[in-house]
Design a protein around this ligand. Structure first.
Ligand code: SF4
Length: 345
């Protein structure tokens, strides 16, 4: 973390940066910070302007274009915040933002309005208030630790928080959302993983978007979590134009994840956050890609394609429509090869 690159102008020491890219770096910084670890930077193909790793972290002029439908807080998380740093939208789940720091600042981030800002980092009083809220709401069964990245906290602080949550009898399980296995896998040490074992089951949802992120170092991080921590590891990817919006790449990514011991959980339609239009893939294309995955590839490798509705509507699955017709006697289905089958009611 100490060796992170936080000045985009320094990028040209490591990868080729054009003058036109560089000219807006100052303006782009005002909208969203820049930051990348040496590890993640090393995954970038130096001379390839379309490298899928580069596209995720190097600021682009396109981010200055704001489409009419884009929002600063597309998921209305701040509107559904009963106490600072905790969103309670779904009846039995709460999302708790523990840190607004990340190893890498992803250019498509939904929370770019606050990620990287030291003013937004919760202090101990905020954490206490959030815990009191969770204690007094017995309908909450799952707490999702998020951010920024909750693994930006020290092991001790994180374990203390998990222990406090485990002591609340109505909380059924805890989920951690983190991109560290992708952007700084060395954060996931054997020692840290062993500390998690006590709290089994811990679900950890990480965020790989491209098969090139599935390196030996990432695999080691996952192995630590699974073997030493008994952690159940899932992945959510975002469908991103020019990065993973092809059937070959999605299949490769999903198989690489399963090979590392990670279950592909969600494929997200990109949230409509300010300056993200250039990442957007149409829903029609997303549905078509999902149709080309399902049936042709192992079910374990297939994520759910979902959209989080702008305005705070919540997450819904995007249909792939295998049920074609229904009448009083039967259902008509179409299989992955386009062949029709009738099933009696
Ligand atoms: S790691 Fe997550 S929270 Fe942090 S910048 Fe990337 S997408 Fe945003």
């Amino acid at each position: 973390m100490q060796n992170r690159l936080t000045d985009p102008f320094e990028l040209k020491k490591y990868i080729s940066i054009s003058e036109s890219e560089e000219k807006d770096f100052d303006r782009l910084e005002k909208f969203f910070s820049f930051g990348v670890t040496p590890y993640y930077l090393s995954l970038i193909e130096k001379e390839n302007p379309n490298c899928p790793i580069r596209l995720q972290v190097v600021p682009r002029n396109d981010e200055l274009q704001h489409a009419e439908y884009e929002k600063l807080d597309p998921l209305a998380e701040d509107e559904n915040m009963p106490v600072k740093g905790l969103t309670h939208r779904y009846p039995d789940r709460a999302l708790w933002y523990l840190s607004h720091h990340c190893a890498v600042f992803c250019r498509f981030c939904t929370r770019k309005r606050k990620v990287g800002s030291s003013f937004e980092t919760p202090i101990s009083e905020d954490r206490e208030n959030a815990l009191s809220y969770l204690r007094s709401h017995s309908e909450i069964k799952e707490v999702i630790l998020s951010g920024g990245d909750p693994l930006s906290l020290s092991d001790d602080r994180l374990i203390e928080i998990i222990r406090s949550l485990k002591n609340i009898s109505h909380i059924n399980h805890i989920r951690i959302h983190t991109r560290y296995p992708v952007t700084l896998p060395f954060r996931i040490t054997k020692e840290f993983s062993e500390k998690l074992k006590e709290f089994f089951p811990i679900f950890l949802v990480t965020h790989f978007n491209h098969s090139r992120e599935c390196t030996d170092d990432a695999k080691k991080a996952i192995e630590n979590l699974v073997k030493h921590g008994g952690v159940i590891v899932l992945n959510q990817s975002v469908l991103l134009k020019g990065i993973n919006d092809s059937i070959d790449e999605l299949a490769k990514l999903n198989y690489s994840l399963v090979n590392m011991g990670v279950k592909p959980y969600y494929l997200h339609q990109c949230d409509e956050v300010f300056g993200s239009k250039h990442f957007k893939v149409s829903i029609e294309k997303g549905i078509e890609l999902m149709k080309q995955l399902r049936g042709f590839h192992s079910g374990i490798t297939i994520p759910n394609y979902v959209i989080d509705l702008t305005g705070g509507g919540g997450k819904i699955p995007l249909p792939t429509d295998y049920l074609k017709k229904t009448d009083t006697l039967s259902y008509e289905f179409e299989n992955f090869k386009g062949k029709k089958f009738n099933i009696l009611k």
